[in-house]
Design a protein around this ligand. Sequence first.
Ligand SMILES: C[S@@+](CC[C@H](N)C(=O)[O-])C[C@H]1O[C@@H](n2cnc3c(N)ncnc32)[C@H](O)[C@@H]1O
Length: 312
Amino acid sequence: MNTLPSSDPLHPSEPVLSRRALLRAAAAAPVLALPALAHAQQAPASPVFTPQVGQQGKDVIWVPTPDALVDRMLRMAQVTQNDFVVDLGAGDGKIAIAAARDFKCRSLGVEYNPDMVGVARRNAEKAGVANLAKFEQGDIFVFDFTAATVVTMYLLPSLNMKLRPTLLKMKPGTRLVTHQFTMGSWEPDDSSTVDGRPGYLWIVPASVGGNWKLATTDARGTAELNASFSQVFQNVTGTARLSSMEGRMRAVKLAGDRLSFELMDDRGVLRSYDGRVAGDRIEGTTRAQDGATGTFVAQRTGAATPVDAGRD
Ligand SMILES: C[S@@+](CC[C@H](N)C(=O)[O-])C[C@H]1O[C@@H](n2cnc3c(N)ncnc32)[C@H](O)[C@@H]1O
């Protein structure tokens, strides 16, 4: 199932830095050896770097994602032309290029290997999308990619886990898609397999864990209650206390910054709530079982609990 070669890419037998030094030395040697007369001659065309599948990368080797799965990953993320897609470890640039070519959005590939950055830029030129698909040489563990609305990755489980804290802090609603590898106990929101290769989607959830004061306003007036949400990634449960009544929320669903749930009040009226989370505030609309509509506002009263609930 693993498409990466069986050798451990995290432990290359040959240090990358020393290999680079050798390559640099090899590239410089002919120039140093040339007699002065050579300057008068036409300079030989510089050799174009030819990538080899399986070549060593900084933290993981290069293996391209097949076209059909690239397409599926971008569709799972529901990419539109308003998105900014960032591929972490861009290789030959195919994901960023497909995003720009097929969805007309801006994209960026971050790649450690400068030769591959050159390959990706040339591929973007050839595809006619160099204006939308850009490539930067950088280390994905240092590079600030948090402006992305969609992040794509074909890395390794350990690298996904290393990136996970940063990914979880991104704007709620940001979509993450991976080829092959998951994110530990953070379950994906969607998955697909194309020609036996899995792709996964996660939607960065807003932080809702903790205690909230919630006010519901409709034709009956305004009612205040204390709400409490327990959160483990996108999985949320909630309870509410109103006068002497304490009840569990039904159908709690968190998708990005969108939180919905149902709650029966102390008079036995069941309402559905649908709101947007912005930091420590939630605002939205309500609908009672008799069709009466209203609004609600909630404010977090204490500290937010960690979105990952301390899991792996
Ligand atoms: C498995 S390939 C995936 C390429 C491309 N994303 C795709 O799916 O076709 C991983 C890429 O990550 C690059 N890479 C490895 N470690 C990196 C790091 N720390 N920062 C940036 N790129 C890295 C490798 O050079 C390689 O091109």
